[in-house]
Design a protein around this ligand. Structure first.
Ligand code: PGA
Length: 267
């Protein structure tokens, strides 16, 4: 069980929501509530337009700043795009790659996502690589094969010594934004397979990789999902857009941490 080696990681994916002003108000609230707490790692993946304003708010806190996308070239004639270096310049330390919305709407391929993973690592950005199956793939019994294929293709050429910088998010596509999360057991089966794959690919280094679950996570289902052996945290979309559900999920993670980390008497 990997989370024994670290803390839960709770990542908010705000998607195309919140103006810079709205993001700042939310970030100030979060900073006040959990900015100094260290029991759970929290990362906010905000729209590009808010990143510059959020960096100074989270600067001296335990809350990390993430982006939702970037283009895997250093600079040049790529109108409308943002490089990893530009994100680093705004003190961004995480970036989501391979999200199913980018795969489906923007036609991003595993090959392109692999370029992003490598470029992010090169720029010292931690890629949060999303993988997951469609409903048809699940119903035809191919979920694990599809996910393994995505992992093989998207993690190609990642050196073992850098794999600790990776975060993997299992996001079944049929669970994203539908209110219909995977059952804890279903998620655990996939997470177990992902953990095995990572061990085979990266050896002992793989233990340090956080594997998150995403897809309709909310305060009502978070406890059972996060309690699964191979689930190290959550990637949260809609429930991360308001203060209460996000803080409730962080609280649930904190409580589970306490239950899992042995006290001094137990050691
Ligand atoms: P959701 O989104 O929590 O709204 O299902 C998750 C995601 O897309 O990362």
């Amino acid at each position: 069980m990997s989370q024994k080696h670290g803390k839960f990681l709770i990542v908010a994916n705000w998607k195309m929501n919140k103006t810079s002003q709205e993001a700042v108000a939310f970030a100030e609230f979060l900073h006040e509530k959990i900015g100094k707490k260290t029991e759970v790692n929290v990362v906010i993946c905000a729209p590009f337009t808010a990143l510059g304003a959020l960096a100074p708010i989270f600067g001296d806190s335990n809350i990390g700043l993430g982006a939702q996308n970037f283009y895997p070239e250093n600079a040049g004639a790529y109108t409308g795009e943002i490089s990893a270096g530009m994100l680093r310049d705004l003190y961004v330390n995480y970036v989501i790659v391979g999200h199913s919305e980018r795969r489906q709407i923007f036609k991003e391929t595993n090959e392109f996502i692999n370029k992003k993973v490598l470029a992010a690592l090169e720029a010292s950005l931690k890629p949060i690589l999303c993988v997951g199956e469609t409903l048809a793939e699940r119903e035809s019994g191919r979920a694990i094969d599809v996910i393994k294929y995505q992992l093989v293709e998207c993690l190609r050429d990642v050196p073992a010594h850098l794999c600790e910088k990776l975060v993997i998010a299992y996001e079944p596509i049929w669970a994203i934004g539908t209110g219909k999360a995977a059952t804890p057991e279903m998620a655990q089966v996939v997470h177990g397979a992902i953990r095995e794959f990572l061990k085979e690919a990266f050896g002992r280094h793989a233990d340090k990789i956080s594997v998150l679950y995403g897809g309709s996570i909310n305060p009502d289902n978070a406890q059972l999902i996060l309690a699964q052996a191979d689930i190290d945290g959550a990637l949260i979309g809609s429930a991360s857009l308001s203060e209460k559900p996000l803080l409730d999920i962080v609280k649930i993670a904190k409580k589970l941490n306490k239950q899992q980390i042995p006290t001094l008497e137990e050691v």
